[in-house]
Design a protein around this ligand. Structure first.
Ligand SMILES: Cc1cc2nc3c(=O)[nH]c(=O)nc-3n(C[C@H](O)[C@H](O)[C@H](O)COP(=O)(O)O)c2cc1C
Length: 325
């Protein structure tokens, strides 16, 4: 156990539409790292939306899953916290960083960086109504004139957060520009609870450098995992044991992609899995030869057996020509 109370300091970031059950299963299959779910809307839990229930239900996953909640009404967090505990969450994270208009207009996500009083009530509601630890994920501020991450972090600490994750961008930056790890460093120097840093980490070495410069207790990785689900375990091994990361061979990447599609089929059924697999096929074929042509062909496929054949042919050809990523 580290000072985060966890057995790794490398987190798979919550990503709506990405860190679903199949992705979590895949990342967990590499054996290391802390797994966080997609965000789960507390209002949808209140209305007993079956799709949301399914997203929140992690009982049959054989590894701990931190379930992320998003919402703007402290009352709704009372039931939501109890429910996700019953549905197998190992801990709860609260999303106070999402920049999307639909979420922000609902007094949720990064809107809460403008309303510390409401944010505090939400954290308290969740923390008081579950045995689970509650963490908070937020940004550096609303915009560059309002970078209040330090004040916000102190509020989280005083409201009962076990630890916090800071994405070093403001709401108005969305995902543009470079994440500001200086503010993560300043937050770390301002609170006693552990701090996880997030933003623009795509290699184990970058994780090590950013942890060193900021003093953060952990690192969270989102986009870097797309097409590289082994990155979380590699980063863990590099940080803890100095193990140099080795890029998987093309033949191994093919097996990982096929495994991913297999998990998608198990969870979503063939038709939906095939559609969802399209974005992954693009990510996994990044930097490979003639990838554009392969992707175009793949996008037109409507049958999953054909999809498997196409992936086998393409990746086998690339592997035979020993085209490295
Ligand atoms: C497709 C996508 C979906 C995301 N969904 C969520 C989410 O549900 N909850 C959340 O807190 N952050 C979400 N994020 C933000 C990431 O967790 C992370 O903070 C951000 O991408 C910066 O990290 P990175 O530079 O490693 O990508 C999402 C990001 C992406 C790209």
């Amino acid at each position: 156990m580290n000072n985060l109370g966890l057995d790794s300091r490398v987190f798979l970031a919550p990503m709506a539409g990405i860190t679903d059950r199949p992705m979590r299963q895949l990342v967990a299959s590499f054996g290391k790292g802390i797994i966080v779910s997609e965000m789960v809307a507390v209002n949808a839990i209140q209305w007993k939306n079956p799709k949301t229930y399914r997203i929140a239900d992690v009982r049959d996953e054989p590894y701990p899953v931190i379930v992320q909640l998003v919402g703007g009404d402290p009352q709704l967090f009372v039931n939501a916290a109890k429910l996700v505990e019953d549905l197998g969450a190992s801990a709860i994270d609260i999303n106070m960083g999402c920049p999307v208009k639909k979420i922000v207009n609902n007094n949720s996500g990064s809107y809460l960086m403008k309303d510390l009083n409401l944010a505090s009530q939400i954290i308290e509601s969740a923390a008081k109504n579950t045995k689970l630890r509650v963490s908070v994920k937020f940004r550096s501020g609303w915009d560059c004139q309002h970078k209040n991450a330090i004040e916000f972090a102190k509020m989280c600490e005083n409201s009962g957060a076990a630890y916090i994750t800071v994405h070093g961008r403001t709401r108005s930056e969305f995902y543009s520009g470079q994440a500001d790890w200086n503010i993560i460093k300043q937050v770390k120097e301002s609170v006693k609870i552990p701090v996880v840093g997030n933003g623009d980490v795509t290699t184990p070495k970058q994780a090590a450098e950013k942890l060193k410069m900021s003093g953060a207790d952990g690192v969270m990785i989102a986009r870097g995992v797309l097409g590289s689900p082994w990155l979380i375990a590699q980063t863990h091994d590099y940080l803890e044991c100095g193990t140099e990361p080795i890029s998987p061979k093309i033949a191994d990447i093919k097996q990982i992609l096929l495994k991913h599609i297999g998990y998608l089929i198990d969870y979503y059924g063939e038709n939906m899995a095939l559609q969802i697999s399209r974005k992954y096929v693009c990510w996994y074929s990044k930097n490979l030869r003639d990838a554009k042509k392969f992707r175009e062909t793949y996008m037109r496929i409507t049958d999953y057996k054909q999809a498997y054949d196409e992936i086998n042919n393409y990746f086998d050809q690339c592997a035979a020509q020993e085209i490295e990523r």
